[in-house]
Design a protein around this ligand. Structure first.
Ligand SMILES: [Zn+2]
Ligand SMILES: [Zn+2]
Length: 169
């Protein structure tokens, strides 16, 4: 095991990866990864380690390693402290650490997950289209249900608007 691998193990543990994944990433055996982690106090839960690491960073106001790839960082004596070795590492980190949010699709009622904070109403583009725009197939489906006196499960917005709108002519 060389220095680079040791550094990589550390950073991957801080990112919450398990021994098996780290072994795969570093080309080491799972046992040697685990052994190294045990000897160096890296055998807790990955997420806890990461929280611990962040606290250390905040306390010491310095990042020793790039949060994303684990490369050693050179800190400037003045100015903002660096957390990433490069812009692309920052982007990669942001992309992989965005929080996942759960939403209920307004059309089909399915629960779906989405990254980032922006609120999403529909699970996919199809649901969006079917909810908002009149389509012959959908209208026929709704009409058939009504004719059979059956419950219409997905009441599209266009239908509500159609039923409740003032007649224009
Ligand atoms: Zn990096
Ligand atoms: Zn949907």
């Amino acid at each position: 095991m060389n220095d680079e691998q040791r550094q990589r193990i550390k950073i991957l543990r801080f990112q919450g990866l398990g021994y098996k994944q780290i072994a795969k990433e570093t080309g080491l055996s799972r046992d040697s990864v685990r052994g190294y982690c045990k000897r160096n106090g890296l055998d807790g839960y990955g997420n806890e380690l990461f929280e611990e690491y962040k606290k250390t960073i905040e306390r010491e106001f310095v990042n020793i390693l790039c949060l994303n790839c684990g490369a050693e960082l050179e800190q400037n004596k003045v100015g903002r402290k660096r957390k990433y070795c490069s812009k692309s590492c920052k982007n990669e980190w942001d992309n992989t650490h965005r929080k996942e949010y759960k939403f209920i699709c307004e059309y089909c009622g399915r629960e779906f997950k989405s990254l980032g904070t922006s609120k999403r109403k529909y699970c996919d583009n199809d649901c969006y289209t079917r909810d908002r725009f009149w389509r012959k197939e959908d209208a026929a489906e709704v009409a058939a249900k009504i004719l059979e006196f059956k419950k219409v499960n997905n009441l599209p917005v266009w239908l509500k608007e159609l039923l409740l709108s003032d007649s224009e002519s």
